[in-house]
Write a protein that binds this ligand. Structure first.
Ligand SMILES: Nc1ncnc2c1ncn2[C@@H]1O[C@H](COP(=O)(O)OP(=O)(O)OP(=O)(O)O)[C@@H](O)[C@H]1O
Ligand SMILES: [Mg+2]
Length: 291
């Protein structure tokens, strides 16, 4: 997707503070756009503010400053239910996000009913279609299983199917593979890549596994201490990083395979987050010291 494609979801100057005296600025003046058929990777170490961005975008938190635009409209004026039918979220722990006493069928039927998507007569067909879309076959058998009867990867596929039930245009995936076996992570990444291509979904893929972002993300946002320090096309940013923090992240990744080793950051010298984001190369922005 080119940078010229219309953004589905856009944030401008997004800021979130927690507490008082002094407040913690978990997200500090963050701006980016999620485009149809594009996976945007949001990478950064633990505590950099990635999940807070996802919670702001899903409207679980309200921003302390800045705005979120969906299709060009400020979402603070959109009813939450309508917003949720466009912007869905997938969480890290598929077990925690599924009700243990309810079958797969229930998890997929619920959003269809709440959002009035399928009529009583064709609920089963829609549920089976959703299961096939996420690679869970045979769907009639899977639909009758309880979460504990599925593998971690299958449970995460159910969570994805549930997100897709409302036909969203944006899916926010916060560390969706980090709790899964290394051997099945790649299958989930490939599923997300298929969904972006086949359904035109705009994904925000949050991870601290930079190798997995390199594998599926078209664009990457590098977040550090609440700020985006570098952003642009994945290949450009990760092959030729310009910000000291991005270089540090990459130098700490020993393996290029998705789901490989986690980065071990050297804490001794912390790069600066000062300065403005400037376009160093086409579409590739880096935060530069002002002096
Ligand atoms: N509800 C909250 N109340 C107070 N502080 C919070 C809250 N949520 C997050 N924070 C703080 O905001 C900062 C960013 O947290 P966040 O969870 O967004 O980081 P993250 O990048 O998702 O980290 P991880 O990789 O560990 O998931 C941290 O300093 C965290 O302690
Ligand atoms: Mg997080």
């Amino acid at each position: 997707m080119t940078a010229a494609a219309a953004a589905t979801l856009e944030v401008r100057g997004l800021t979130k503070e927690f507490g008082r005296r002094p407040p913690v600025r978990a997200v500090d003046d963050v701006s980016f756009a999620l485009r149809p058929g594009t996976i945007t990777g949001l990478v950064g170490e633990s505590g950099s503010g990635k999940s807070t961005v996802a919670r702001l975008l899903s409207r679980l938190y309200s921003p302390s400053g800045g705005s979120i635009l969906f299709g060009g409209e400020d979402v603070s004026r959109t009813a939450l239910r309508r917003y949720r039918s466009e912007v869905q979220m997938i969480f890290q722990d598929p077990f925690a996000s599924l009700n243990p006493v309810k079958k797969v069928q229930h998890h997929l039927e619920r959003p269809l009913r709440i959002h009035g998507i399928a009529s009583r007569g064709d609920v089963d067909a829609v549920v089976h279609d959703l299961l096939r879309t996420v690679g869970l076959v045979p769907p009639a058998t899977i639909a009758q299983k309880y979460p504990h009867q599925l593998s971690g990867g299958q449970r995460q596929r159910v969570a994805i199917a549930r997100a897709l039930a409302v036909k969203p245009s944006v899916v926010l995936a916060d560390e969706p593979i980090s709790m899964l076996d290394v051997s099945i992570r790649i299958g989930l990444l490939n599923l997300m890549a298929d969904l972006k291509k086949d359904l035109g979904i705009a994904f925000l893929y949050i991870t601290h596994d930079i190798a997995s972002a390199r594998y599926i993300a078209d664009e990457v946002l590098v977040m550090y201490a609440g700020r985006i320090v570098e952003q642009g096309p994945t290949d450009d940013v990760l092959q030729d990083p310009l910000h000291a923090y991005t270089k540090l992240l990459l130098s700490a990744v020993p393996s290029p395979e998705p789901g490989g080793h986690r980065e071990l950051l050297v804490r001794a010298r912390r790069p600066s987050t000062d300065g403005e984001l400037v376009e160093a190369r086409p579409g590739h922005f880096v935060r530069q010291p002002t002096t």
